[in-house]
Design a protein around this ligand. Sequence first.
Ligand code: FES
Ligand SMILES: [Fe+2]
Length: 332
Amino acid sequence: MKPVERLNDPVLEREWHPVFAAEQLGDKPQGVIVLGERVAIYRTPKGVHAVRDLCIHRGAMLSKGWVEKDVLVCPYHGWKYNTEGQCVCIPAQRKDERIPVRAAATVYPCVEKYGLIWVCIGEPAKPLPDFEEFDNPAYRPLACGPYHVNAAATRIIENFTDFAHLMFVHGGLLGHPDFAELPDFKIFKEPDRIYTEDIPIFQPVAHSGSEAREGTTYVYVKEVFRPLAARLSKRDADTGQTLWILLTINPVSDMESAVYMVVSRNYAFDVPDQQFIDFQNTVFEQDAWIIETQKPELLPLDLQAELNHKADVLSVAYRRWLTELGVKVGTV
Ligand code: FES
Ligand SMILES: [Fe+2]
């Protein structure tokens, strides 16, 4: 395994990062990397948990161990850690001997929400927001990904904020080059989010399960609500059928990202879920094909570094917000 080093980013280490599909986390602990830090995640009857993926005894990876009731067992010498991180058993020592207080694992905040496992490797700046469209039974959320991309998470979020590529990168699917002209649109900035007004986009093929005729104009609203988390809604104004997409990224390192999406719809519950997941896989593959080739690889926060067009107003606001927040990883 290649050596990894924790990246220094006082802002991103206080964010919740998606690290695993919840339904895939069973009895076995799993190892993930967040900002260069190795993290072990595991499930017990109490819920989901995360610890630094390192046993204080001799540095073995706890993710290679196993769970017994609600303790995590190190695979090397069998030390057992409870969910508070305290070592509660050292098999090599006599039962009446005291366990050193320093024998502990570093516990990280960990939650399960929207079908994903989220971890924060610092003190969380905010709780994860509550989004009705991923919780309300009128909607049907599906976790997609992870998509492993050799690109900065910031470039991926910026791509998600972009409208003018839909007709080209996703031509024939989410737009058409003959309908590439965008209306002037406004964005709104609040302390914790930046979002657009309604933006109509013509799509040559109606999306899966839609009652719409072949070519349909969908109304988009895009929003960035954390440095590495964004969402959009795509609505058929005639029928009210709405698709929400939450996109969030684990910044594995500066140049490696694990992208998760949650797609939630309030229509076509009879259409197989896999059809929606396959569609998202195709769309994201098209995006990654471009994003992995962009230069500079890290998102330039200097607004003179690339040529901004008025269609890029949300992306420019995103770059400004990253500057305001002081995000380091994935930026230049
Ligand atoms: S390294 Fe974990 S118990 Fe020894
Ligand atoms: Fe795209």
